[in-house]
Design a binder for this molecule. Structure first.
Ligand code: FUC
Length: 783
């Protein structure tokens, strides 16, 4: 084995100073208020979120609570499914896909065949009694502190507004202040597009409450009701006069400052995946503010900032000179015109971490949805739901590697709870043990087949959803978690697959019915675009990874030897990976012609990323994977934000820094809004998360049992530093490079054990101790 690291210093316990990057600014900032929602700035604490517009006449703060959804729980398994399943399967194996499709539409699809939308909670409007044009305007979102700040001058008075979402106190805070006593005037009101009423409940509180009216919700014969919700705002004025106006507004006149404390509640019960009629959202929200007592702004702010920084500051990423003096929208516009702005890349990376913290952590209990938790609609694009054929999985790609393991917890707990309805679906639709789900779900845990056969027939979504559960073990090495949480989920998922597989006409074990999300092939006989099929490549790849993970988990725990043997024997009978006649990875069981060669999904590359089975050790498939991406791109692929983000991850895995970089640029140029939200279009947060994960993947990989340092560094970033990324096996890693070469690496081991470093074609194994810090210094060159 070659050695390339000149000098190894073993440190027992100290944390090197360069793990923190001190004062480097991490801000989005603008010289004008937001004119629409896609320019507003997000704050979130995992449960409550807000979009801040920074207006100077009437401020708008659009507010979300993570559980405000239409619909309700119902049995979404088509009762005919089991009766018609054998016939549908036989038709598919006989290439009579259109007939299978017709039968499936009638007998597999849920009724009604769609989940309902995640909804906005309310808007807080702050009329600032201001007609004059402000001077010296600036609004910003400081990712380090998690505070959205708006400042401007009117009539010689400097006004400052701060908005944040506190996780420790579980409230949204809006504070208005100025530098001259008695100059803060504001009239506050609440609104919601429908289903709500507003009233003042005391001298300083507004309550918005209601119940969702959702025409498409099935009553399921039980006459059940929809979700009830409440938002409460309390105002605390420093000086001046505070009074209720018209029974539904609060007016503050002549104050030095005013603090609005906001919270919300619904009657959703996460543990039950259902509504709880015993819950009173108004009482819950008001009670929460009562318990908070008289709020002291500085204390709330300090607690929030300390909590926020404890997560945010774990990772620092620096690619050279700061470009913070230029407003963010101008920087983005310059990149869109072809300029390079590496510092904007680091800001985008950190924003991804910020958004994951804001939409997926305690006190929240639900995973980040298609928009995280920021949504102004009653009926959002794609319902702002949980799409499980790429989107929600992508949301969590950055969670472990960018050192935010706690953000994965809401998803892991959600997957755990999905097993309950998922077992019913496995049994009722496929006569299978274990659990599964299909291509989308909501907070009620729908696991049936929704939207339409051509979108929804993805029974292997359940197995895919176990991957973040396993990944948390890979990074943490937490055996109790593996035994009590992860392994039971994996094992039951594998059990589903064993029962779901059937023999095809040549004796292979195949999945049916299924599809390759959401792509179509040209049917060789009918010439029609066709989606419903059997054993699409992605299914087989997911199953291979699931079985490998389940087997590994069982080995570590020393359990279920016979079950492991069954998994191994089953793997032998799956269809092999194949390369098609054009040299790309074959997407379907036959080498069909693609109906849309530039399709946004690249499901058959699953084993390249997020899976690991296509790698440099499988050179033919590795090369075919590259051709597959190139072909997609040549036909206009990557045209949605998430699709582009996935491509970054693919090229990082192909160790092609230049192509990965090209696609980072394209993500910023084509799929990013001025507030740096990803756009599908419209706004969809998966591209932010996939982009952040892709950037991490360019700089550190650990999916092959080694720690790959700077595996896909582009020439555009010749010098830089990234500290605090995590690698599988319980390591935290800092890397510094200059002249495109690694110059310093610091590894902190939490679990101990061997760590095999790979860089530039060489490798070296270091034995580590739990808590040990290992510094590799000097110029790192292969011998
Ligand atoms: C998948 C994608 C779409 C969209 C939707 C929410 O179905 O194919 O592009 O992102 O999820």
């Amino acid at each position: 084995m070659k050695r390339y690291l000149c000098c190894l210093i073993l440190l027992a316990c100290c944390r090197p100073a360069d793990a923190q990057d001190g004062l480097r600014p991490l801000r989005l900032w603008y010289q004008q208020p937001a004119t629409d929602w896609n320019e507003a700035l997000p704050v979130g604490n995992g449960r409550l979120g807000a979009m801040v517009f920074g207006k100077t006449d009437v401020e708008r703060v659009q507010i979300n609570e993570e559980s405000v959804w239409g619909g309700r729980s119902f049995d979404d398994n088509n009762p005919d499914a089991l009766t018609y399943l054998p016939q549908i399967r036989a038709l598919l194996l006989d290439d009579r896909n259109a007939e299978a499709y017709d039968l499936a539409t009638r007998h597999l699809l849920a009724t009604p065949p769609t989940v309902r939308s995640y909804q906005t909670l309310m808007d807080l409007h702050l009329d600032l009694w201001n007609d004059a044009a402000p001077a010296g305007y600036r609004r910003e979102l400081d990712l380090r502190t998690g505070i959205a700040r708006t400042e401007y001058t009117v009539g010689g008075v400097r006004y400052v507004r701060e908005v944040f979402a506190s996780a420790p106190d579980d409230v949204l805070i809006v504070r208005l202040a100025s530098d001259a006593p008695g100059t803060v005037n504001v009239t506050a009101r609440l609104s919601r597009p429908q289903d709500a009423r507003v009233e003042a409940r005391s001298h300083n509180a507004l309550v918005l409450s209601g119940q969702i009216v959702d025409a498409d919700t099935p009553r399921n014969g039980s006459g059940g009701a929809n979700m009830r919700f409440a938002g409460v705002v309390r105002a605390y004025a420093e000086g001046g006069a505070l009074q209720v106006l018209d029974g539904d507004k609060l007016q503050v006149a002549g104050a030095d400052a005013v603090l609005f404390v906001i919270t919300a509640a619904t009657d959703y019960d996460a543990a039950m995946l259902a509504l709880d009629p015993g819950k009173d959202p108004v009482a819950l929200a008001a009670g929460q503010l009562d318990r908070l007592g008289a709020p002291a702004f500085e204390r709330l702010k300090q607690r929030h900032v300390a909590d926020h920084r404890a997560l945010m500051d774990r990772v620092a990423f620096d690619l050279g000179t700061s470009n913070d003096a230029v407003p963010t929208d101008q920087r983005l516009a310059a990149v869109q015109e072809g300029t390079a702005d590496p510092d904007l890349v680091t800001l985008y990376f950190q924003l991804g971490r910020y958004l994951l913290m804001g939409s997926s952590r305690s006190p929240g209990v639900l995973p980040a949805n298609l928009q995280g938790l920021w949504n102004e609609h009653i009926d959002a694009p794609w319902g702002s739901d949980y799409h499980t054929n790429i989107n929600v999985q992508m949301n969590y790609w950055p969670a472990e590697v960018t050192n935010l393991a706690e953000t994965a917890q809401p998803l892991i707990r959600f997957v755990d709870r999905l097993r309950v309805p998922g077992r019913v679906t496995a049994q009722a639709m496929y006569g299978a043990s274990g659990w599964t789900m299909h291509h989308n779900t909501d907070l009620f845990g729908k696991t049936g087949l929704h939207d339409g056969i051509h979108w929804g027939t993805f029974p292997i979504a359940g197995p895919w959803m176990t991957f973040p559960v396993w990944r948390h073990y890979e990074y943490s090495g937490d055996r109790a978690y593996l035994r009590d949480v992860a392994y039971p989920i994996l094992k039951e998922s594998a059990a589903f697959v064993l029962d779901f597989l059937i023999e095809d006409r040549s004796g292979r074990l195949v999945t049916a019915p299924s599809y390759s999300p959401e792509n179509a092939f040209v049917h060789p006989r009918t010439g029609e675009p066709t989606q419903l099929t059997y054993a699409p490549t992605m299914d087989i790849q997911i199953i291979a990874e699931l079985f490998a993970q389940t087997t590994r988990a069982a080995q570590i725990l020393g359990v279920d030897a016979a079950f492991r043997d069954t998994l191994a024997a089953t793997l032998q009978r799956l269809p092999p990976a194949r390369i098609g006649r054009d040299g790309t990875i074959q997407e379907w069981i036959e080498d069909y012609e693609e109906a849309e060669p530039g399709h946004r999904h690249m499901s058959h590359l699953f084993s390249l990323h997020p899976g690991a089975h296509i790698n440099p050790g499988t050179p033919a498939l590795f090369e075919a994977a590259r051709k597959t991406i190139e072909r997609r791109l040549a036909h206009g692929g990557g045209h949605t934000g998430w699709s582009r983000a996935w491509i970054i991850n693919f090229f990082a895995r192909l160790r092609d820094g230049e192509q990965a970089y090209e696609n980072v640029q394209a993500l910023l140029q084509k799929s990013t809004l001025t507030n740096l939200f990803d756009t599908h279009p419209p706004f969809q947060i998966d591209g932010n998360f996939g982009g952040t994960a892709g950037l991490a993947e360019m700089l550190l990989q650990s999916h092959l049992g080694t720690m790959d340092l700077l595996p896909a560094l582009p020439a555009a970033w010749p010098a830089g530093r990234i500290t605090g990324l995590r690698a599988r096996g319980g390591f935290e890693v800092d890397q510094t490079w200059e002249g495109e070469a690694l110059t310093r690496v610091v590894i902190r081991s939490t679990l101990g054990g061997p760590c095999t470093l790979r860089y530039n074609g060489t490798e070296q194994t270091v034995e580590t101790e739990p808590g040990g810090v290992y510094v590799f210094d000097g110029r790192l060159q292969p011998e």
